[in-house]
Write a protein that binds this ligand. Structure first.
Ligand code: ADP
Ligand code: ASP
Ligand code: MG
Length: 402
């Protein structure tokens, strides 16, 4: 019997009516003769609300306790969905991450799935139950609950699809698929019928929230084809897979990432080894550095600027403060920046893409602070206040309104 994994995000289960709607989709799939494993996120803004509750008590909550707290959101939605499926006449059982066999490492708040022990899942599937699994969570070797990081339910779903060798993995959300830009912000954004793992991975990493980037990485690794579609309209979505039948598009999408901070070190000595000392210090603390810009040396000194995620910025500044070679130098941090990117496999063979993007920004009088390119993406750092205008302009340049 075919096995289908279906994942529903927070807005898809936000209230009783939405839970009932999800139960209808799930039970219809079950009645059509499939085994169904469902992954759900916490209802609506529950996870944010729980974070606020912790913040009312402490600015530095122990990470273990945060995971214990945040995992509660998914516990509510799985039990409600199982009840709703039962109400529609189909047997359903809910399982927390640990009951579903999710073993993770012990990085609380950003845990990685190490393996899934599928015995219990197999038993429940064999009993002809719809199995409703809590996304975003697992258990570590200390028998503590862990969470996978924000948006982690997508990864739970893909991991389950891989572990159970599911025939399909459907990611239901509140938009009809993957678009050329966030359809809530850019009215002219177009739905893509297909996209490759590599392009989707770039889009997700560079700010397209519709799929968590780790879920795409995992889907690529284990060859899990994904379908991203709406839980609210019955329309075909976007297929994420290895190669698409479509011609390589010059640009597949435009994204905005407002999570970046730019750190600059002014007047470092223009001698070998400085970049190594700075970036190895950050790497040792697992601080990911993104765009790096180094000025040409002049009068024996140079400037180095780079971006890190805003959450890592304070720690990065603190670490730089401990480096003797930077003693007495000015280190600045700007968090009012945003990274705008264009992604598309077709860029490899089209040298004009960057200039087309820069022209669109110039026409809006938007200044570019930093630039980074790879084979399939171009990213620019600009002031945050201009970010939405920049996305709209760049999108218009590559996807003119018909
Ligand atoms: P869920 O709760 O289902 O996991 P998310 O809020 O995490 O849903 O992701 C869906 C949202 O992603 C959409 O509502 C949309 O605003 C946003 N989004 C950003 N970029 C894109 C894009 N390129 N295509 C589709 N949606 C996007
Ligand atoms: N509930 C979690 C979050 O809000 C996980 C998820 O939605 O995927 O990040
Ligand atoms: Mg999500």
């Amino acid at each position: 019997m075919p096995l289908i994994v279906q994942k529903f995000g927070g807005s898809s289960v936000a209230n009783a009516e939405r839970v009932r709607n999800v139960a209808r989709i799930v039970t219809e799939t079950f009645r059509a003769g499939n085994d169904v494993v469902v992954v759900v996120s916490a209802q609506g803004d529950t996870t944010d609300d729980l974070i606020t509750k912790a913040a009312e008590l402490t600015q530095k909550p122990p990470r273990r306790e945060m995971d214990q707290l945040l995992s509660a959101g998914e516990q509510i939605s799985i039990s409600l969905l199982a009840m709703a499926c039962n109400e529609l006449g189909c047997p359903a059982v809910s399982l927390l991450g640990w009951q579903a066999g999710f073993q993770t490492d012990s990085r609380y708040g950003a845990a990685r799935i190490k393996s899934i022990r599928t015995e219990r899942l197999q038993v429940e599937i064999g009993r002809k139950n719809i199995v409703v699994v809590a996304g975003f969570q697992g258990i570590c070797k200390y028998d503590d609950i862990t969470t996978l990081g924000r948006g982690g339910s997508d990864t739970s779903a893909v991991a389950l699809a891989a572990a159970l060798r599911a025939d399909r993995c459907q990611i239901f959300t509140d938009v009809e698929g993957v678009y050329t830009a966030d359809p809530r912000k850019i009215p002219g954004a177009k739905k893509l019928s297909e996209i490759t793992y590599d392009e989707m991975l770039e889009l997700a990493t560079l700010g397209a929230q519709v799929l968590n980037n780790r879920s795409v990485e995992m889907a690529k690794k284990y060859h899990v084809e994904l379908e991203v579609l709406s839980s609210l309209t019955n329309k075909p979505g976007t297929i994420v897979k290895e190669v698409t039948a479509m011609e390589k598009m010059l640009v597949r999408g435009v994204t905005k990432d407002s999570e970046a901070a730019r750190i600059s070190v002014i007047g470092v000595p223009d001698v070998p080894g400085i970049a190594f000392k700075i970036f190895s210090k950050l790497a040792a603390k697992n601080i990911n550095v993104d765009i790096i810009l180094q000025s040409v040396g002049r009068d024996g000194t140079k400037d180095i600027s780079f971006t890190v995620s805003r959450t890592h910025a304070p720690e990065a500044i603190e670490l730089l403060g401990k480096l003797d070679i930077l003693d007495g130098l000015t280190v600045t941090c700007d968090t009012a920046v945003a990274k705008i990117s264009v992604v598309g496999a077709g860029m490899e063979t089209h040298p004009g893409t960057a200039s087309q993007m820069f022209e669109a920004l110039f026409a809006e009088d938007i200044n570019i602070q930093m630039i980074a390119t790879s084979e399939i993406k171009i990213s620019v750092l600009i002031e945050e206040a201009a970010a939405d205008r920049a996305v709209a302009a760049v999108h218009r340049a590559f996807f003119p309104e018909e």
